[in-house]
Design a protein around this ligand. Structure first.
Ligand code: F6R
Length: 612
C-alpha cells in the first residue's frame, strides 16, 4: 500500500521525509519520490525501486527546503516506473496520493478534452491537474486549501492526498476519504503520514483525520474543514506505542492486522468496478475483452494453495452465473500431465504474488496451446500478469503475514466480479440477478466488519481446541473451498493436523476419525445446501464429535446440535464465502498465537514459492 509523508517546519525536509518513508517500508512499494519547496518553486525527485535508489537520486539532485511531501508507491493504476512514481505535478502544484479514484476515466477524458496532457498512467495525476485548474481560476486569489477542496469535490473514490504549491511555501494541504492519514503535531513543525511509524521520531501527539476532512498544515499547527468547507475539530491523541507495535497498527501480529483489514481491501477491490444501476461490471477493469468473454468455451483455473481454494469458489460462480463449463487444476500438477488446452479456453491464473513458479509453468503450457490467459494477481506487473493477455488486479496491498488472508478474500471478490462480467456478456445472467449479486457484494465489507467484531469469541473457542492434534473442516458448495482454506490456515500456523473435506464426502471415509476428542468445524450458513450440511452435523453429533458451527444468526435448530456456534449475518449465497472464511482465519490465528508460534513466519514456509 502506498505510503505518504509530509513535513513543514524549520528543518531540512527531504531527509526527514525519506526517513519517514523508510518507517513505512513494511507497507510495501515499488517506487518512491519526494517534492520539496526549494525557494523558487517545487522540485521533484523520483526513483523506481527501493528507497536507496531515491537516496542516490537525492545525492545527485539535493532538494533543499523546509516544506515537502514524499511517497512510496504500490502500483494500482499504471505499471511500476519512474514516470508513474509520485509526486505528480501540474503547474505550481505537486501531489501524492494513496487510494483509488473511481471516476478517473471520466475525469481524464474531460481534462484531455480541455487540452491537458498527461505524463503518467496514474489516476493521481488527475488530482494535480484539478487542483492546478482551480488555482488558475483566479491566480493569486485562491488558496491551495480552497483549491484542493474544490478539486476533491469532483473526485469519487478512496484517497489520502498531500499537496504542496509553489505559491504557498509554508503550507501542505492534506485530505482523506477512505484511506488513512494522520497528522503529527511537533514543536514548531507539523507532519503527516499514512501511518503512525512515520511520525514517531518527531512527535507522539497526533490527529487522526476522518473521511471527508481537508487540513491545512503549517509549522504552527493544523486547521481542518470538511470538503464542503465546514470547520471541524478533531481530538489530539497521545500515542505510546513502540515502533514495532505501530507498524502492526497496534495488533500483535501482521496476520491479525491483515485479517482486520479485509473489509477495507475488499472495498478497494470493488471500488470503481461496479455499475449497480446496470447490474454490470466495467469491462476496462476485467482484463478480458467483451468479444472474448462472449466466445470462450471453457474457463480453466490454475493456482496453488490458498489461491487454488479461491479458484474453486470461482468455478462455482462462473458455472452458476455465466453458465460456462469451468475446471480447476492445481498448477503444480498441470505440468506433470498432458493437459489439454484449447484456443477457446480462458485460463485464469490466480496468484497473489504473481510469481509462483508452478502457476507460471501452467501458464506457459496453456499459452503454448494458444489459450487466452487472464492473470488474477495482487502485484501489478509481476511475472504472471506480464506473461498473460490481460490482468485483473486485487487491491489488498502487500500481505506480510506468510499465511494468506486478505489476498484470499480480495481474490474471491474479484472472481465474483469476473463471473458477473462473463454472465452479462454471454446474456446468461439477467440484469436483476446481477444487480442483486453486485448489491450484496458491495454490502459485504460492512458484514465482514460485523463478523470481525466477534473476534473475542473465536479466541475463546481457540482456547478450547488449542490442544487438539486433529481438526476436521467440512463444507458444501461454496462452503467447500472455505473448509479447505480453514484447514490449510490451521495447519500452516498452528502446526495441528487439519483436513478440509466436502461435507458430502464425510461418509466416504473421514467419519471413521470422529470421536469425542475430534473438533469439527462445519461451514453451515443458511444457503441452498443448508439442509444437507445440517444432516452431516447430526451425523457428527451421533458420534460425539465436538461441532463448531459457522452458522447464520437466528438459526435456532443449530443451538440444539453444535457445542459452539459462530454467527455470521444473513447474506445472499454468492457472497457467503467472504464471511464464512473469517472465523476460520481467526480460529487458526488464535490457536497459533496461544501456542506461542511464530504466526507471521511459520516454520518451513515461504511467502512466494519461486521453485517448483
Ligand atoms: C497459504 C498461502 C499459500 C499461497 C500459495 C500460492 O496461506 O499463502 O498457499 O496461497 O503459495 O501463492 P500465490 O497466490 O502467490 O501464487
Amino acid at each position: 500500500m502506498c505510503g505518504i509523508v509530509g513535513y513543514v517546519g524549520t528543518k531540512d525536509a527531504a531527509p526527514l521525509i525519506v526517513d519517514g518513508l523508510r518507517k513505512l517500508e513494511y507497507r510495501g512499494y515499488d517506487s518512491a519520490g519526494v517534492a520539496v519547496h526549494a525557494g523558487k518553486g517545487i522540485e521533484i525527485v523520483r526513483a523506481l525501486g527501493k528507497l536507496v535508489n531515491l537516496s542516490v537520486a537525492l545525492e545527485k539532485h539535493p532538494l533543499l527546503g523546509t516544506t515537502g511531501i514524499g511517497h512510496t508507491r504500490w502500483a494500482t493504476h499504471g505499471r511500476p516506473s519512474e514516470i508513474n512514481a509520485h509526486p505528480h505535478a501540474s503547474g505550481p502544484v505537486a501531489v501524492v496520493h494513496n487510494g483509488i479514484i473511481e471516476n478517473h476515466v471520466a475525469l481524464r477524458l474531460e481534462l484531455e478534452g480541455l487540452g491537458v496532457r498527461f505524463l503518467s498512467d496514474t489516476d493521481t495525476e488527475i488530482v494535480a491537474h484539478l487542483v492546478a485548474r482551480e488555482l488558475a481560476v483566479a491566480p493569486g486569489k485562491v488558496s491551495l486549501f480552497v483549491a484542493a477542496q474544490a478539486a476533491l469535490r469532483r473526485v469519487v473514490g478512496a484517497y489520502a492526498i498531500a499537496v504542496v504549491s509553489k505559491d504557498e511555501p509554508d503550507v501542505i494541504v492534506v485530505a482523506r476519504s477512505g484511506s488513512p492519514l494522520v497528522v503529527g503535531l511537533g514543536q514548531g513543525e507539523t507532519l503527516c503520514g499514512s501511518d503512525i511509524p512515520a511520525l514517531l521520531a518527531h512527535t507522539r501527539d497526533v490527529v487522526f483525520l476522518e473521511d471527508g476532512d481537508v487540513a491545512e498544515l503549517r509549522a504552527s499547527g493544523v486547521r481542518i474543514e470538511t470538503v464542503a468547507g465546514e470547520a471541524v475539530t478533531r481530538p489530539v491523541k497521545h500515542i505510546d506505542w513502540s515502533h514495532v507495535q505501530a507498524e502492526r497498527g497496534g495488533y500483535k501480529h501482521f496476520m491479525l492486522k491483515e485479517i482486520h483489514e479485509q473489509p477495507e481491501v475488499v472495498e478497494a477491490t470493488l471500488r470503481g468496478r461496479i455499475d449497480l444501476a446496470e447490474g454490470d461490471v466495467y469491462a476496462g477493469e476485467m482484463g478480458v475483452p467483451p468479444e472474448v468473454a462472449r466466445t470462450i468455451q471453457r474457463v480453466y483455473f490454475v493456482a496453488c494453495g490458498t489461491s487454488h481454494h479461491a479458484a474453486i469458489a470461482g468455478r462455482y460462480w462462473v458455472e452458476q452465473l455465466a453458465k460456462v463449463p469451468a475446471v480447476v487444476e492445481l498448477a503444480s500438477e498441470v505440468r506433470y500431465r498432458d493437459p489439454i488446452f484449447f484456443p477457446t479456453d480462458l485460463v485464469v491464473a490466480i496468484s497473489q504474488s504473481g510469481e509462483t513458479a508452478d502457476t507460471m509453468a501452467a501458464v506457459k503450457s496453456a499459452k503454448a496451446a494458444g489459450a487466452r490467459i487472464l492473470a488474477l494477481s495482487n502485484v501489478v506487473d509481476s511475472a504472471i500478469p506480464r506473461s498473460a493477455d490481460g490482468a485483473l488486479y486485487t487491491h489488498a496491498g502487500p500481505e506480510i503475514g506468510v499465511a494468506s488472508t486478505k489476498c484470499f478474500t480480495t481474490q474471491l471478490a474479484a472472481l465474483l466480479l469476473l463471473a458477473v462480467y462473463l454472465g452479462r456478456r454471454r446474456e446468461t445472467l439477467p440484469k436483476e440477478r446481477a444487480q442483486a449479486v453486485l448489491q450484496a457484494l458491495w454490502e459485504t465489507p460492512a458484514l465482514m466488519r460485523e463478523v470481525l467484531g466477534d473476534a473475542d469469541y473465536m479466541h475463546l473457542i481457540a482456547k478450547r481446541i488449542a490442544k487438539a492434534t486433529d481438526v476436521l473442516f467440512l463444507g458444501r458448495g461454496l462452503g467447500f473451498p472455505i473448509a479447505l482454506e480453514g484447514a490449510l490456515k490451521l495447519k500452516e500456523i498452528s502446526y495441528a493436523h487439519a483436513e478440509g473435506y466436502a461435507a458430502g464426502e464425510m461418509k466416504h471415509g473421514p467419519i471413521a476419525l470422529i470421536d469425542e476428542r475430534m473438533p469439527i468445524v462445519v461451514v453451515c450458513p443458511k444457503d441452498a445446501q443448508y439442509d444437507k450440511t445440517f444432516s452431516n452435523i447430526q451425523e457428527v453429533c451421533a458420534r460425539e464429535g465436538q461441532v463448531i458451527a459457522i452458522a447464520t444468526r437466528g438459526d435456532e435448530q443449530m443451538l440444539e446440535v453444535a457445542q459452539h456456534i459462530v454467527w455470521i449475518p444473513a447474506a445472499r449465497d454468492e457472497v457467503l464465502p467472504l464471511l464464512t472464511v473469517l472465523p476460520c482465519q481467526l480460529l487458526s490465528y488464535f490457536v497459533a498465537s496461544l501456542k506461542g508460534n511464530d504466526v507471521d513466519q511459520p516454520r518451513n514456509l515461504a511467502k512466494t514459492v519461486t521453485v517448483e
